[in-house]
Design a protein around this ligand. Structure first.
Ligand SMILES: [Zn+2]
Length: 501
């Protein structure tokens, strides 16, 4: 289609409806996603946007061509939490003069960034085109703060923690459009104490003065013809405004992140960028993934259910065992990206059942078929119902149901279904190379056995004794004896088995 639309529809937080996606330039489709603050291991809540927008990135590459999509995901390496961590870990070395604060901070951010990269690689995510770091764009942040001062959207004031350059929210007529908060409502309902130096309680920091034990960069601002020097550091929001402009331009197509970022982070990014550039929009489409909770509760360190990606991949803290990255990826995608997700051992087990099944389809495929699958993908020859679901606001759930039925049919001997499943799994970032092929065979047999038992129980409920007996006899031939009984609590029929070989 000449306007660049491809049938992709996305829910836009800004307009609160699903819209046809039309890129500004089909030759360069541009997406920005807010990345992690690197002060510690990333938790599984951080993994969700990385995985969700990886699927979107893959889909955009399929639709527009890999070389026509630019994806930027930042690393926040200036933050008071990083500073605190550096002082905690290297305080004595800093005090003894063996290490500068900046070097200590660099150590924290480097280690944490490497951990993050290892985590997301294990989760099957492609590297973004650009991964800018805040510390690489400080000059741009000072320049944007100055542009906002020049245009009457920002001012310098002295607060309890030193001088600050603040964004004046009342200078922007439609401030609050993304989070749907009107300024008057915010001010009337504001619980936070109005700090004297702010003109409005919602005014936020673009630049703040640093003390000797905080990282700082020299900056000179020009206010009403006077130079004002503030050795300081940027506020959080301004880094994304500056880095997205540097890499994607003043207007781009998609801005993504977790739902908790809508306010204040994205609202304020949008305000800064639009006011600095005098544009009507920053990004055309704003996308947000839903909340994540763990075993039915909000994840928090005090609740004791705080789980990092690293914990799941490499330790036995969750469910008493380690989990493969592909299983985590699938567990994350099994809920629609806009819905809240409950991360639990049960969910991981479900994902693992599916994953092992896919591995079995791969194991049974001939090398010629596997080659054909990869060649078709390479030629961009993906189509059909799974793609149709993904085009409808990344409906992975619908896609997954079809993949599961293809997996089942594939294992029952339907070659086309098997090839479809393999193609879709690879397309969605699941590595079906050696790891899956070597998946434990007894486990797969057990899953298939559970399928047959469930199928037999369904026949029994329908009083189709012929089919029920056929399954029982078939299993007996393979040396598996079924035993029917009753669940003592629910009274429902249950079937157990034992191997008689
Ligand atoms: Zn951001």
């Amino acid at each position: 289609m000449s306007d660049g639309s491809t049938g992709l529809r996305l829910y836009n937080t800004l307009t609160r409806r699903k819209e046809d996606f039309v890129p500004l330039d089909a030759d360069n489709v541009r997406m920005y996603v807010c990345g992690p603050t690197v002060y510690d291991f990333a938790h599984i809540g951080n993994a969700r946007p990385v995985i969700v927008f990886d699927v979107l990135y893959r889909l955009l590459r399929h639709l527009y061509g890999a070389e026509h999509v630019t994806y930027a995901r930042n690393i926040t390496d200036v933050d008071d939490k990083i500073n605190a961590r550096a002082l905690r870990d290297f305080g004595s070395e800093i005090a003894a003069g063996r290490l500068s604060l900046n070097d200590a901070i660099a150590r924290v951010t480097e280690t944490t960034t490497n951990q993050f990269h290892a985590d997301v690689k294990a989760l099957g995510c492609l590297e973004p085109t650009h991964e800018p770091r805040a510390t690489g764009h400080i000059d741009g942040m000072v320049a944007m703060a100055q542009a906002l001062i020049d245009k009457g959207h920002a001012y310098v004031a002295s607060g309890p923690e030193g001088r600050e350059v603040l964004f004046n929210v009342s200078s922007m007529a439609d401030y609050g459009q993304l989070s749907n908060r009107r300024l008057e409502d915010q001010q009337a309902g504001a619980r936070i104490e109005v700090k004297d130096h702010k003109k409005n309680p919602g005014d936020f920091v673009l630049w703040k003065e640093s003390t000797a034990d905080q990282p700082g960069w020299p900056a000179r601002f020009h206010v009403a013809g006077q130079g004002v020097d503030i050795l300081g550091r940027p506020g959080w929001h301004i880094e994304c405004s500056v880095m997205s402009e540097a890499l994607l331009g003043q207007k781009f197509d998609i801005h993504g992140g977790g739902i908790d970022l809508i306010f204040p982070h994205h609202e304020n990014e949008l305000a800064q960028s639009r006011c600095a550039h005098g544009t009507e929009v920053m990004a055309n489409v704003w996308m947000h993934n839903g909340f994540l909770q763990v075993e039915g509760r909000k994840m928090s360190k005090s609740e004791g259910n705080f789980v990092t990606i690293h914990d799941l991949l490499h330790t036995e803290k969750f469910g008493g065992r380690k989990w493969p990255g592909e299983v985590l990826r699938l567990a994350m995608l099994m809920t629609h990206y806009r819905e809240p997700i409950d991360f639990s051992v049960r969910r991981l087990e479900e994902a693992e059942d599916a994953w092992l099944r896919w591995g079995e389809v791969r194991r049974k495929a001939s090398e010629d078929d596997w080659l054909a699958v990869n060649q078709t993908l390479h030629r961009g020859g993906l189509s059909g119902d799974v793609l149709a679901h993904l085009l409808e606001d990344l409906n992975f759930y619908g896609a997954f149901a079809l993949m599961q039925s293809d997996a089942k049919a594939g294992l029952a001997g339907d070659r086309d279904a098997a090839m479809r499943l393999l193609m879709h799994a690879v397309f969605l970032g699941f590595d079906l190379g050696d790891a899956a092929v070597e998946a434990s065979v007894p486990e797969i047999e057990e899953i298939l056995l559970r399928d047959m038992v469930a199928e037999r129980l369904a026949f029994i409920r329908e009083k189709n004794w012929t089919e029920a007996d056929r399954i029982r006899d078939e299993l007996l031939e393979q040396g598996i004896q079924l035993k029917d009984g009753k669940d003592p609590e629910t009274g429902e029929r249950v079937t157990t088995w034992e191997v008689r070989r």
